[in-house]
Design a protein around this ligand. Structure first.
Ligand SMILES: NC(=O)N[C@@H](CC(=O)O)C(=O)O
Ligand SMILES: [Zn+2]
Ligand SMILES: [Zn+2]
Length: 345
């Protein structure tokens, strides 16, 4: 008998499901493992209205294979012109679960993002009043700041002043990649939490740059030095309710990644839970896996825990080199490797 593990069904608190043929090709990977997911709004055009979010939610649900119970939780893409009353209406009608702050120009499809948080002050005040979560891509975009420093500088220039001026706002510092972000979240009050991706627990910047440039290890925020990876592993496996699962699975067609100007994003959805569980196993912290994957997120968002359970078996699980969609192929995270656990559903 192989070793096995059963936990409450997890949720993914940060995922890119895209649209059209890509959505059709990727959504089942997420829906198979996760009960709910916070769906990122960085489509072209971005999801900025209640109406657009309702239509996108319907397209997602239509693409989920029959028999899978999956609830997409929609987010509102904030721009300099977002109307606070649209946000309130979307939250109160149950369409928007959170708002997403992309600093303009920080990442994929962030051109319509926010140029200065002062421009969304009215929106943030309404969010604090109604208890709505702000999801943040935490990187500055100034040309004079080195790409490896952009998260740490964001804490000083944006996060700290924002929290000081609106101390009750619920903030998720997403896909954190630095020890500075870990320390910031640990020392902040309970209304500040962070998501951590599988890739930032597994790889440092060498994985991207040593022995040749590896576009499939490139995402934003970019992987940092080993010391940061170790800080992230410690935080994720600590049992602290401030850290929870958010894959940031971000599929791009193979040819868009393997290019002279390759897109940022790692497609980790197919083996997301196996990838996280490997880390908890290596850190001898399997007892904290359920909290990270299934309990801390709903607690932070004020949503119920899932009732269903999922099981894992400790058996070798080879990850394919590529995964086909209708019109392209995707290279998954861990392509060609063997993971030690298998998600058994
Ligand atoms: N993480 C990434 O590298 N890319 C994401 C955007 C994001 O989450 O920043 C994408 O949409 O491709
Ligand atoms: Zn991001
Ligand atoms: Zn993302």
């Amino acid at each position: 008998m192989s070793e096995s593990l059963t936990i409450r069904r997890p949720d993914d608190w940060h995922v890119h499901l895209r649209d059209g043929a890509m959505l059709e090709g990727v959504v089942a990977h997420t829906a198979r493992q996760f009960a709910r997911a916070i769906v990122m709004p960085n489509l072209t055009p971005p999801v900025t209205t209640v109406e657009a979010a309702e239509a996108y939610r319907a397209r997602i649900l239509a693409a989920v294979p029959e028999g899978l119970a999956f609830e997409p939780l929609m987010t509102c893409y904030l721009t300099d012109n977002t109307d606070p009353e649209e946000v309130r209406r979307g939250f109160e009608s149950g369409v928007f679960t959170a708002c997403k702050l992309y600093p303009a120009g920080a990442t994929t499809n962030s051109d319509s993002g926010v140029t200065d948080v002062a421009n969304i002050r009215g929106v943030l005040e309404v969010m604090a009043e109604i208890g709505m979560v702000l999801c943040v891509h935490g990187e500055v975009t100034s040309a004079d700041i080195d790409i490896f420093d952009r998260e740490a500088v964001f804490i000083e220039r944006v996060m700290t002043p924002l929290l000081a001026s609106l101390p009750s706002l619920k903030i998720v510092f997403e896909h954190i990649t630095t020890s500075e972000a870990v320390a910031f979240v640990e020392s902040a009050p309970d209304n500040v939490a962070a998501t951590i991706t599988p890739q930032h627990l597994h790889i440092n910047r060498n994985a991207m740059l040593v022995g040749g440039i590896r576009p499939h290890a490139y995402c934003l925020p970019v992987a940092k030095r080993e010391a940061h990876r170790l800080a992230l592993r410690k935080a994720a496996t600590s049992g602290s309710p401030k850290f929870f699962l958010g894959t940031d699975s971000a599929p791009h067609a193979r040819e868009a990644k393997e290019s002279a100007c390759g897109c940022a994003g790692i497609f980790n959805a197919p083996y997301a839970l196996e990838s996280y569980l490997a880390v908890f196993d290596e850190e001898e912290a399997i007892a904290h896996f359920e909290g990270f994957a299934s309990l801390h997120g709903p607690r932070f968002y004020g949503l119920p825990e899932n009732q269903a359970t999922v099981a894992f078996e400790k058996v070798d699980t080879p990850v394919p080199a590529t995964i086909a969609t209708a019109d392209t192929e995707l290279v998954p995270f861990h392509a060609g490797e063997t993971l030690r656990w298998r998600f058994a559903g």
